[in-house]
Design a binder for this molecule. Structure first.
Ligand SMILES: *[C@@H]1O[C@H](CO)[C@@H](O)[C@H](O)[C@H]1NC(C)=O
Ligand SMILES: *[C@@H]1O[C@H](CO)[C@@H](O)[C@H](O)[C@H]1NC(C)=O
Ligand SMILES: *[C@@H]1O[C@H](CO)[C@@H](O)[C@H](O)[C@H]1NC(C)=O
Length: 460
């Protein structure tokens, strides 16, 4: 979610401030206009079941902000109902983007009101949004030095927040937990999963985190393998010609060279340069979805969450002057040197000890189908050969082709048609069907249909 240079950011901030001032004015106007309700922007039924702060350190006030939405119509007792945790990418972008623009139960509209999302991921599961790492969204970093600089640091804070959350109510205690996330969370999701596996091995039964699976949407996970795919991808989609492809390939190799030298920050900048070059060559509104005429409007979330009444409704505990940003440049800078580092080995371990879903919007040019398949096939995991040989099944929802599902044992990959990087925004109902069927192992997400291979290989 980060491809702005400093001056654009400044412009956006100023512009945002201007909009917010107007909106606050309008919102206070409508409040006085209406004698029936004081919750114009935030209907009572849209309130999270719980929200607030989860401390991550015993020595400081640093804490992770959360909003939790209980399942709307659970099909199992709540104490056994799966719990999904959502992590936004960036680095430094707030999970409130996921909440209010993608998969939460209420989405922000152009006029900064909320409308129900029929594709909400909490239809039958509990859904927890965490603003991570600290310093992101409404989360608190008591000093900038406490913001984690690597995945282990991010995971340590997330582990503290998750265990705190589970202790908030006995109904959370034994629920299966699924960690999900998007984009740069293609690193956070494996990192916290891996951290949980390591911690669980040394904890008593009753203290373990009940990790049941992990899902990565349009993820950046093994960047050095992913960065070399953009030129060919764009070329075969018809967006650049061969000369441009060669130029882009040169730029990609610069990023790879810097990774090999261990110049991590420069490598991240070089990757940004590749994407900038591709965008300049194509003139696309956004690389997140090559069919879009305008970029995703996720800054609506920023405008909405800066309305004082909305902050109050969410239990945000900051003074009036605090400006909420959908993506924090400070956190982005702190993690800049981490961006190109791979967490592939973590996914390999998670495939042995848990279940992993990866899904991509077919129109995403940044962390899309080609980018993900490129690194997945290089995994050192016993099942990879069988996975690559597995049938790519045509996946239908309500009789229409929704995409493709390829599965082998613990690994499932889904390509979703008609979607870009913010996949649940583009395909709310299909993304809901996907996550529900994968968690519950239904349909194509369950046991692979018999293809005349001996039965005993299908344990899960
Ligand atoms: C890479 O890092 C080395 C050692 O830190 C440094 O001397 C060199 O200038 C860097 N190269 C680039 C291209 O940034
Ligand atoms: C893309 O275009 C912008 C605006 O003209 C320019 O600032 C930027 O340097 C270009 N990016 C690359 C990689 O050439
Ligand atoms: C499985 O084997 C049977 C009998 O050899 C054959 O008729 C059938 O087409 C095979 N099915 C698949 C999916 O390959």
């Amino acid at each position: 979610m980060k491809m702005q240079n400093e001056s654009t950011t400044l412009f956006i901030n100023t512009f945002l401030f201007f909009c917010i001032s107007i909106l606050q004015f309008q919102s206070s106007l409508s409040v006085t206009d209406s004698s029936t309700s004081t919750h114009i922007s935030f209907p009572k039924e849209a309130l999270p079941t719980k929200s607030g702060y989860l401390p991550v350190s015993s020595t400081s006030a640093s804490s992770i902000f959360y909003t939790f939405y209980e399942a709307q119509s659970s099909t199992s007792p709540l104490s056994q109902t799966p719990l999904l945790i959502w992590l936004q990418g960036g680095p430094g972008c707030s999970s409130m983007i996921g909440n209010f623009y993608e998969l939460g139960p209420w989405r922000v509209t152009n006029s900064l009101t909320l409308e129900p999302n029929p594709g909400a991921w909490n239809r039958i599961f509990g859904l927890l949004f965490l603003d991570s790492p600290i310093g992101t969204g409404f989360s608190v970093a008591s000093t900038p030095q406490e913001i984690p600089t690597d995945q282990n640091g991010v995971a340590k804070h997330l582990f503290a927040a998750i265990t705190r959350f589970v202790q908030l109510d006995s109904v959370f205690k034994h629920r299966p937990i699924y960690i999900t996330g998007e984009s740069y969370a293609g690193k956070y999701v494996p990192a916290i999963g891996y951290y949980i596996l390591e911690k669980n091995a040394e904890l008593k039964d009753t203290e373990r985190v009940n990790l049941a699976g992990l899902a990565i949407g349009d993820g950046l996970t093994d960047p050095v393998t992913q960065v070399v795919t953009h030129a060919a991808n764009a070329y075969y989609v018809g967006l650049i010609n061969e000369r441009q492809k060669n130029e882009l390939e040169k730029s990609q190799l610069e990023a790879v060279g810097l990774v090999h030298k261990g110049n991590w920050s420069e490598a991240t900048d070089a990757r940004n340069n590749v994407l900038s070059l591709l965008r300049n060559m194509t003139g696309l509104a956004t690389l997140y979805d090559y069919s879009r005429k305008v970029p995703y409007e996720d800054d609506l979330v920023g405008q909405f969450l800066n309305i004082a009444e909305v902050k109050k409704a969410l239990g945000v505990n900051v003074d009036e002057s605090f400006v909420y940003e959908i993506c924090s440049d400070i956190v982005g800078d702190v993690l800049n040197a981490d961006v190109m580092k791979s967490v592939k080995y973590m996914v390999e371990k998670l495939l042995r000890e848990s279940r992993v879903l990866m899904y991509q919007g077919q129109r995403d040019l940044r962390d899309g189908v080609v980018q993900v398949e490129a690194w997945v096939k290089t995994m050192k995991w016993e099942g990879i050969v069988e996975f690559l040989k597995a049938e790519r099944e045509i996946w239908k929802v309500n009789g229409e082709v929704a995409g493709y599902v390829q599965k082998w044992k613990s690994l499932t990959n889904v390509v979703v048609l008609g979607a870009g990087h913010l996949l649940p925004t583009d395909q709310p109902l299909n993304s809901q069907a996907m996550i529900e069927d994968w968690v519950l192992k239904k349909g194509l997400f369950g046991i692979v249909p018999d293809r005349n291979v001996s039965k005993n290989v299908f344990d899960d």
